[in-house]
Design a protein around this ligand. Structure first.
Ligand SMILES: N=CN[C@@H](CCC(=O)O)C(=O)O
Ligand SMILES: [Zn+2]
Length: 412
């Protein structure tokens, strides 16, 4: 099956030679081709270039993209879309003055979602979660990482990871699964952290590995949650099962967790709303990708990740949605990109790089996703007619996506 897209006003993020990620000042360079064509064969990008060089062939299908932009679909490397129910009461409580921490200390927050999830059947969890997955696909997400972490019991965590596996089997989007049993301490383990971590590592992890339910391991490394030493124990155990870590860290406090993550070769460190100079230093010359989650900062009114400080230190940065019921009940990557530009002062070029190729790196899939490169997945966003790609973050809140293709097929 051949699909030829012609007259593309501008084709974005074109990489003749595949790159793993872009860092520092490279992030501001978004390679594009104006008046371009793109040829898809089956599920892959087969060729692209200027319209002058468009092959004279009789494809099975031709799409005329006059006036429109095409870019790789968003790579959302940090979500918790598998959950049950909502937490809108906590949203109102925050409006009335309570903080995220105060709500959590009253048994709300993650434990509130864990209670709902443990009471629900696997089918119910699947049915609620698939709607969110369908929504983000329409919003241009073509690869997504989904975490467990609202089970916090052997059965609950396995249930979540099985739902993620089922979503991956039933939808054309690429899905990576992360085991986040270390999301919070259940009330009965509040005074006995070691016993809960033993349960995670000795009971949950072997079962998860046996059923091949996870690609990565995560922990919420934060004051009041998992200490740096506890997070290190979890990262080490993960590596024994072949699971690299992607760690929630520096959301509220800088507690030297990033150094521990780099030491254990974490693939990503996520959140980073509070970052010290030492944290920046330790990330230099590492393979660990910093990941910013601007929708979370927006929704719970905490500082934004200091993107300028990170990028001007020569580091890479990825953007993700953090779609979850507590701190970011939205998985809209268009909003994430716009908010990164508006609030974090990233240029549109930097934000698009962060949400495509660097997002792919943050899921270990940059060989197949995140750029317009021959041999990569034909996962594409076709925009509505636009003046320039700057309109994407500029017209925040307006849907500028006309079509989404995953594996070479229209999904919208
Ligand atoms: N901070 C930890 N985990 C989520 C929030 C989870 C929740 O509140 O349900 C986050 O990434 O923001
Ligand atoms: Zn998160």
């Amino acid at each position: 099956m051949q699909t030829l897209i012609i007259n593309i006003k501008e084709l974005l993020q074109v990489r003749k030679t595949s790159v793993e990620k872009v860092s520092g000042s490279e992030m501001a360079i978004l390679p594009t081709i104006k008046n371009a064509y793109l040829l898809i064969e089956n599920d892959l990008i087969a060729a692209f270039g200027s319209m002058e060089d468009c092959p004279k062939i009789n494809p099975d299908k031709t799409i005329d993209a006059s006036g429109k932009m095409i870019l790789p679909t968003w790579c959302d490397s940090h979500t918790h879309i598998v959950y049950v129910g909502n937490r809108e009461q906590e949203f109102v409580d925050r409006i009335n003055g309570l903080t995220y921490e105060e709500i959590a200390n009253r048994g709300g927050g993650i434990l509130n979602s864990a209670k709902k999830l443990n009471e629900a059947s696997e089918e119910e969890i699947y049915n609620q979660s698939k709607k969110r997955l369908e929504e983000v696909i329409q919003q241009g997400t073509g690869a997504i990482e989904i975490k467990s972490g609202y089970g916090l019991t052997v059965e609950g965590e396995l249930k979540m990871l099985r739902v993620i596996k089922k979503l991956a089997q039933n939808y054309p989007i690429t899905i990576k699964a992360t085991f986040l049993g270390a999301h919070a301490f259940p009330a009965e383990f509040k005074e006995n952290h070691t016993a809960y971590i033993d349960l995670l590592l000795n009971e949950m992890l072997p079962k998860i590995a046996e059923e091949k339910l996870a690609d990565y391991i995560d922990a919420f490394c934060e004051t009041g949650y998992f200490s740096v030493a506890e997070t290190e124990r979890i990262m080490e155990a993960g590596l024994q099962y072949g699971l690299r870590s992607k760690i929630h860290v520096n959301q509220f406090n800088a507690i030297n967790g990033i150094a521990a993550c780099v030491k254990h070769k974490a693939l990503t460190v996520d959140h980073l709303e509070i970052v010290s100079d030492d944290d920046i230093e330790v990330l230099k010359n590492s393979e660990t990708m910093p990941v910013a989650l601007p929708s979370c900062s927006y929704f719970i009114s905490i500082p934004y990740t200091p993107a300028r400080k990170i990028i001007s230190a020569g580091l890479p940065l990825a953007l993700a949605s953090d779609f979850n019921p507590g701190t970011s009940p939205s998985g809209n990557m268009n909003f994430v990109v716009a908010t990164a530009c508006i609030k974090m002062k990233m240029t549109p070029e930097e934000a698009i790089s962060a949400a495509t190729i660097n997002g792919a790196y943050a899921m270990g899939i940059s060989a197949t996703h995140g750029s317009i490169t021959v041999g990569k997945k034909a996962n594409l966003i076709i925009t509505k007619p636009l003046n320039s790609f700057y309109e994407l973050p500029y017209s925040f809140g307006t849907n500028l996506i006309e079509e989404v293709l995953l594996n070479g097929k229209l999904v919208s």
